[in-house]
Design a protein around this ligand. Sequence first.
Ligand code: SAH
Ligand code: SF4
Ligand code: F3S
Length: 468
Amino acid sequence: MANIEEQKRQYEYIDKCKEIIAKKKQDNGGHYTCAVVTFGCQMNARDSEKLEGILKEVGYEVIEDEKSADFVIYNTCTVRDNANQKVYGHLGILKARKNKNKNLQIALCGCMMQEPSVIEIIKTKYRFVNLVFGTHNIYKFAELLYRMLTSDSQIIDIWEDTDQIVEDLPVERKYSFKSGINIMFGCNNFCSYCIVPYVRGRERSREPKEIIREIENLVADGVVEVMLLGQNVNSYGKNLDNPMTFAQLLREIEKIEGLKRIRFMTSHPKDLSDELIDVMAHSNKICKQMHLPLQSGSDRILQDMNRHYTKEKYLSIVDKLRAAVPDIAITTDIIVGFPGETVDDVNETIDVIKKVGYDNAFTFIYSKRTGTPAAAREDQLDEAFVKEQFARVLETVSTEAAKRNGMYVGRTMEVLVEETNEHDKDYVTGRLSNNSMVHFKGDSSLIGSLVNVKLTESKGFYYYGEMI
Ligand code: SAH
Ligand code: SF4
Ligand code: F3S
């Protein structure tokens, strides 16, 4: 339920913080800076934009470079252990900085903070961190900030779960012309290897009218492309008072005038409906791109992973998508080294990669996450064996992706211009509907517009072209 009372309360804290930051700015020669460092997925990236929205609103100067910031926030991820290790590495460096500058303030938030073992480590080894909060109370950031600014002790506020959705708090977008939009929070799938349901809580969908209103406001503010975000967008709407499907939501979003492109992620194969494929086939705005995590091609492993589909079902979805949406780019996530996985299982995964011909695949080595069912299994695999299998999968992925490089050379396609080229100011860079990158001659006045470009040359993962 959207909570108006809570929203009001947070705006009151924003006002209180404003006074404090104004004073700090004065004492600090006119500047008071903050950097938000984001780890993890697009959910976290969107959360960081919300943090930055409030920071800017209360008067901080939001900068990129954490090394010179007066306040550093790490928005953490814990999906694999290396994500956690990265944060500890960064904290080591911050500790040295804080030893020299006692005024430096540090906050930690995000998925990793939802793990009780991590909080224990922070309480003992990282006492210098000023503020720690989690994923469920991020909407209270203004209030937590106020507590941090008015206290000398370490503040830790972690909730186990929430059913709250608080709308209409400030957001600072990274791009003027495109934006991520949360359509749902949390996850109910409990894939046996995955920690996300434990750190992001139960699945909650936003009301369609709130989503539409947010997109309409964004469009009025110059946004032409949205990325609808959820851990499993295909199960959108199931828990609403008036249930609606993801496909129905897309139909409503399509009607928004001025909006030109719609993307979404992530799709879970078990909930991908024929209705969705039909909406994609008839849409002018939904991009020709589908990120469809496979995880494994082996039915036995898929069952152990609690994924609720088979290799055959997955391949049939891909066939339907390709038939209904010509030129669609299909990408995926793959895990290698799940407990008990054999060479034969990996061969099944490789078979799917070849049959689908992915445009790109993100391949991960299985990481044991404490508290998940897979972590408790005794048949964890030998590291050397997993590395060998990982290399085989990776090689198949690159061979298949390379086959698709340059396949549209000679065609004229629509490009959304995103930025001037970093290396050559006479060029701009944009993306095709299928998300491929294109460089062509043009200037910054084109940013945010859709133009027709003839693709003249392929350089592996990107194209060169000429505007028509
Ligand atoms: N909700 C999305 C994925 C979120 S996590 C979905 O279901 O598709 C992003 C990716 O990280 C997953 O698709 C999976 O491939 C990978 N991942 C999740 N847990 C992992 C683990 N314990 N070890 C390795 N990779 C993992
Ligand atoms: Fe994790 Fe599975 Fe949920 Fe994705 S659908 S977030 S992999 S539990
Ligand atoms: Fe990481 Fe949390 Fe996303 S664990 S992948 S940042 S939902």
